[in-house]
Ligand binder design. Structure first.
Ligand SMILES: O=C(O)[C@H]1O[C@H](OP(=O)(O)OP(=O)(O)OC[C@H]2O[C@@H](n3ccc(=O)[nH]c3=O)[C@H](O)[C@@H]2O)[C@H](O)[C@@H](O)[C@H]1O
Length: 431
């Protein structure tokens, strides 16, 4: 007797000869024998897949909701307590990039004088996040709550403005670093362009609208050769993507000032250094390498000319930031509508005395009591500029800005902090 398997499979289900199969197989083939039944099965499988997918997406979004690092009664309580103003005429400030170098110092200074401060930081890993966490702990011990979140999270920003009526935003969150822009260009667009717009959108819709003070950069002067750099000088020749995104930020904030009446102050920081600084910056990485006996690379410009920077100490920058907040003037809009013109300002915050990079190395050698192993290398074409030099007349006049710390003194304070933070006296390794 021939079994079913001896029969060749029919090419068309409708042509199956049912009488030559057993009962079960007959049913099986009948099911598939008509196009109507096929259609039914196809529908059934589509419905099954669709319900699986919708269940999965419900499950994923549910999990995401549960994992949110912000929200809830306790979280809102922390926000309110942190933003509490404790002096008459005080400010309530949202500090973005609060666990960054400048953000930490500005937050502490504001809190110290009785202003309310809430921090926001995404704790990204551009440099050692443990340093950012340590800064966050420092802020916590001073009663400053730092929200773990990203500028591009519009829901989070809306919630922050919902819970606290911030009078000011000190916007310091950014993708920093001039040379890293060639390695990771999209991170500059994400933070310095998209993140900025997301923040401005939230500020424009907030009621009351806060005044905004934000960090631009000396790098916007790019290939400008007129010294010292004044705010009215050319800034349309950026040398790096970092500089280009900061310049774009100046244009974007102008638009929001013009359309929505947001009060805007942009600060062009000149190579800020000091305790709790950024490990990617030259003074910091030079210190680390000198202590570890590793060589450092010192860039040189055309014809072996030394590069120079208008290195500015953190305490001076903090004074400039607070002066800017205090004099910012009000935003004029409500509910996303402009009611009148609002201030739009840009200031240089520098030290006005450029120092060459080899001189910086010499100062570090003296403070560390160790010799650096220097490798001089021609400046690579990676976005660097040969020198920076700030004209600060405008900031002096409008903000009362007056830097008082020279590089020698500032680096001494930095080295003292560095040795203590990394436990270097106990010969703990530094990464
Ligand atoms: O004012 C700004 O707007 C910017 O300041 C800072 O940029 P820069 O002035 O480039 O500081 P930084 O990297 O410390 O290099 C200092 C000098 O050391 C030289 N340099 C650097 C590294 C190295 O290995 N060797 C070297 O010679 C280098 O060629 C340069 O001459 C901020 O990082 C940036 O985020 C932005 O805020």
């Amino acid at each position: 007797m021939r079994s079913l398997y001896d029969e060749p499979f029919p090419s068309t289900p409708g042509k199956v000869k049912i009488e030559r199969t057993n009962t079960i197989n007959r049913h099986f083939h009948r099911c598939f024998a008509s196009t109507t039944t096929l259609f039914f099965w196809a529908l059934f499988f589509i419905a099954l897949t669709a319900s699986y997918l919708s269940f999965q997406s419900f499950f994923v979004s549910g999990t995401r909701y549960l994992k949110l690092s912000w929200g809830g009664i306790q979280w809102e309580k922390q926000l309110r307590s942190s933003s509490q103003i404790r002096r008459s005429g005080g400010l309530s400030v949202l500090v973005t990039g609060a666990s960054g170098f400048v953000g930490t110092h500005v937050s502490l200074a504001l809190k110290k004088r009785g202003d309310g401060v809430v921090g926001l930081d995404n704790f990204n890993n551009y440099y050692d996040p443990s340093l950012k966490k340590a800064r966050k702990s420092l802020l916590n011990t001073h009663g400053i709550f730092v929200v773990d979140g990203d500028l591009n999270d519009a829901r989070l920003l809306a919630k922050l403005f919902d819970v606290v009526a911030f009078t000011h935003v000190m916007h310091l969150a950014a993708q920093a670093g001039v040379r890293y822009a060639m390695e990771n260009p999209s991170s500059y667009v994400h933070s310095n362009i998209a993140g900025l717009v997301s923040l401005l959108e939230a500020c424009k819709s907030a009621n009351p609208q806060p005044a905004i003070v934000w960090a631009s950069s000396s790098s916007v002067y790019g290939l400008n050769v007129k010294v010292p750099f004044s705010e009215s000088d050319r800034t349309d020749q950026p040398a790096s993507l970092y500089a280009a995104t900061k310049k774009a930020g100046e244009e974007i904030t102008h638009t929001y000032n013009h359309i929505y009446g947001l009060s805007i102050t942009g600060l062009r920081f000149f190579t800020v250094y000091g305790p709790w600084g950024r490990p990617d910056m030259a003074y910091f990485s030079f210190t680390r390498n000198i202590l570890q006996g590793k060589p450092i690379t010192v860039y040189r410009g055309k014809n072996r000319v030394d590069l120079a920077r208008d290195f500015t100490y953190i305490d001076d920058i903090v004074k400039g930031c607070l002066g800017s907040l205090d004099t910012s003037g009000k935003s004029t809009g409500t509910g996303g509508k402009k009611r009148g013109p609002a201030p739009y300002r840009i200031f240089n915050l520098g030290n006005t005395s450029p120092v060459t990079v080899p001189t910086l190395v010499g100062i570090l050698e003296r403070h560390l009591k160790m010799k650096a192993k220097k490798n001089f290398v021609d400046m690579p074409g990676n976005g660097d500029v040969p020198f920076t030099h700030a004209n600060i007349s405008l900031a002096r006049r409008e903000l009362g800005y007056k830097p008082t710390t020279d590089l020698q003194t500032g680096l001494k304070k930095f080295v003292r902090w560095y040795l203590s933070y990394y436990g270097y006296n106990q010969r703990k390794s530094v990464n």
